[in-house]
Design a protein around this ligand. Structure first.
Ligand SMILES: Nc1ncnc2c1ncn2[C@@H]1O[C@H](COP(=O)(O)OP(=O)(O)OP(=O)(O)O)[C@@H](O)[C@H]1O
Length: 253
């Protein structure tokens, strides 16, 4: 298993935010993390990214407990793209993406052509190479989002955690990004609100409600009208799309 969590619980005061969560994500899988606002998706991602310590339970990467991994070793493996922008400084786009190479350097190592190649490839992947010299503050919300993803890719991680990465993106870039995430030769866990995109682009899904996991499995197996009513309180009609063969959800009023 690439990422395993066992019985993770995280509380703030007496409020249980992540409640006894266990999960197993196989290497190379693209997993969608679904659930209503406030159900604990970001909190769980932050725990898996090593930014929060759970009160109980453990997270392991290929069997290694992350609490016992050196920070740098962890950062070389796991990239995290959070929901909100990462800097107020007016850095050039290329310099923002270069930050992704930090875990690969010691105080004495020099910047190499390999680093340059990783940065260029990451910018190319998100279609931002031609804006390399533009200032961060001059970018649109969607462009910033893509640069943040480039920074994560420049890290050349084996696991990538993304918190609503298609937020701010127009439909073209949403589709392009979800397709890209699905194609990356990495283990990806992506919090996402668009259920049709989750169905189209994810190998499997984890559905949360009030801090707990209430369903896991392939989109084909678990997306059902009953589940979406129970979790999101929406009426739906679900059919297998004759265009892409995946489940397609129609929302009814
Ligand atoms: N540091 C904190 N202190 C207090 N409450 C917190 C803290 N972090 C998260 N919460 C609460 O935990 C709950 C889960 O929040 P979280 O951001 O994980 O949800 P989410 O599923 O990512 O939501 P959304 O879909 O709206 O982004 C929310 O009620 C939130 O207010």
């Amino acid at each position: 298993m690439s990422i395993t969590a066992e019985n993770i619980t995280w509380k703030v005061g007496k409020k249980v935010i992540v409640n006894d969560v266990s999960l197993n994500i196989s290497r190379g899988e693209t997993v969608g993390l679904l659930g209503p606002n406030g159900c604990g998706k970001s909190s769980l991602l932050r725990i898996l990214a090593g930014l929060r310590r759970p009160d109980t339970g453990s997270v392991t990467l290929e069997g290694q407990n992350i609490a016992r991994m050196a920070k740098k070793q962890f950062a070389r493996r796991v990239a995290f793209v959070e929901q909100h922008g990462m800097t107020d400084a007016n850095m050039r786009v290329r310099d923002v993406v270069k930050l992704g190479r930090i875990p690969h350097h010691s105080p004495f190592s020099n910047w190499s052509t390999h680093d340059d190649e990783a940065v260029t490839a990451a910018l190319q992947t998100v279609n931002m190479l031609e804006k390399s010299d533009q200032g961060w503050l001059s970018l649109s919300g969607g462009e910033r989002q893509r640069v943040q993803i480039a920074r994560a890719l420049a890290q050349t991680p084996t696991e990538i955690l993304l918190d609503e990465p298609t937020n701010h993106l127009d439909i073209h870039h949403q589709m392009q990004l979800m397709h890209l995430i699905g194609q990356l030769p990495l283990t990806s866990l992506v919090a996402i609100h668009d259920l049709n995109h989750a169905s189209m682009f994810c190998d499997s899904l984890i559905v949360m409600q009030q801090g707990k996991i209430v369903a896991t499995g392939t989109p084909q197996d678990i997306l059902s009208e009953d589940l979406l009513w129970d979790v999101f309180r929406v009426k739906t009609k679900i059919e297998t799309s004759r265009y892409h063969g995946k489940k397609h959800i129609y929302f009814l009023v």
